[in-house]
Design a protein around this ligand. Structure first.
Ligand code: G4P
Length: 287
């Protein structure tokens, strides 16, 4: 995410959301399956009051399969329609039309009783930057769709994509702002690379990631870096020692032969972000 968020950005994003949300029946909200809460916008529930809701756990291919199922159930228990999606290769995308339609059934029925029939439900994709909105829209829309253009009663300039005779999608996604106020959420967003790296102390971030991995995925590091002594990942070993080992294993040494922790930190974060440490979920639904 290249944009830095200032109060002005947030206010603008909110205004756009408020304006667009009036036009739609159902919100397709993308969250990152690795951090389903930290990538969720805190105000969406207020903004989306009275709308049908679908939550997509996007990038589920990068997250831990066990936790994907737990998160799906977590949101279903809260009354959302939920699906696991890999927008990049299209897995899980095909079923979304049915899910969206199902989420709107009540509304369609209400319309029918009022004599409004054959009116497509209108949907909009929303999510924080980098969660995969554009990738999802491309995959969802595919080729079998037509733009409907401006029509009377629709705010000028809005483009609707007709997905079937039952569903229309607003062609531009709603951009939500992430949870900046919560430091733990901020850190998780930084782990997955959704916060501009230039404003983060990367070595400290890598140490925080090691702390988490030691607790929940201890084998991920020893396996990736061929560290023969798995004890290195035990709770009592400090995180600098682990980073030291990564530096040594990757021949990141400073002039005097000392391990170069800053380079090792970048390697670790890059490996994590590219799923080379395995499928890892960073927050758990029972927490
Ligand atoms: P945005 O509109 O919400 O800002 O996100 P965008 O679609 O630009 O996606 C951000 C990045 O996430 C892209 O990677 C995209 O390919 C990737 N992505 C989106 N959905 C998925 C998914 O379900 N699984 C995986 N593995 N990746 C996904 P990028 O690094 O910016 O580009 P590229 O490497 O794909 O070229």
């Amino acid at each position: 995410m290249d944009v830095q968020w200032y109060p002005g950005h947030m206010a603008k994003a909110k205004r756009m959301m408020q304006e667009n949300i009036k036009l739609i029946d159902v919100i397709i909200e993308l969250v990152d399956a690795r951090i389903p809460l930290s990538s969720k916008n805190p105000e969406i529930d207020t903004l989306a009051a009275n709308k049908s809701r679908v939550i997509l756990l996007n990038k589920y291919d990068m997250a831990d399969p066990k936790h994907n199922e737990l998160w799906k159930k977590h949101f279903e228990d809260k009354g959302y329609y939920v699906a696991l999606v890999n927008s990049k290769n299209g897995q899980g995308v095909k079923q979304i039309k049915d899910i969206v339609y199902k989420a709107c059934e009540e509304k369609i029925e209400r319309n029918r009783r009022r004599g409004i029939i054959n009116r497509p439900v209108r949907a909009m994709v929303v999510g924080i930057p980098n969660v995969g909105k554009s990738t999802f829209i491309n995959s969802f829309v595919g080729r079998a769709s037509t733009k409907t253009g401006n029509r009377p009663g629709v705010t000028k300039g809005k483009q609707w994509i007709r997905l079937s005779n039952k569903i229309e999608l607003l062609d531009t996604p709603g951009i939500l702002w992430p949870k900046f106020q919560d430091p733990a959420a901020g850190m998780r967003l930084a782990f997955i690379g959704s916060i501009n790296d230039n404003i983060i102390q990367m070595t400290e971030l890598a140490m925080e990631l090691i702390l988490f991995l030691k607790k929940h995925y201890p084998e991920s590091i020893s396996r990736r870096y061929d560290i023969e002594t798995p004890e290195i990942m035990e709770e009592l070993v400090d995180t600098v020692t682990v980073l030291d080992q990564i530096a040594i294993k990757r021949s990141c040494l400073l002039k005097g032969g000392e391990p170069d922790l800053d380079r090792a930190a970048l390697i670790l974060l890059d490996d994590f972000r590219n799923v080379r440490l395995g499928n890892i979920t960073l927050e758990f639904s029972q927490e």
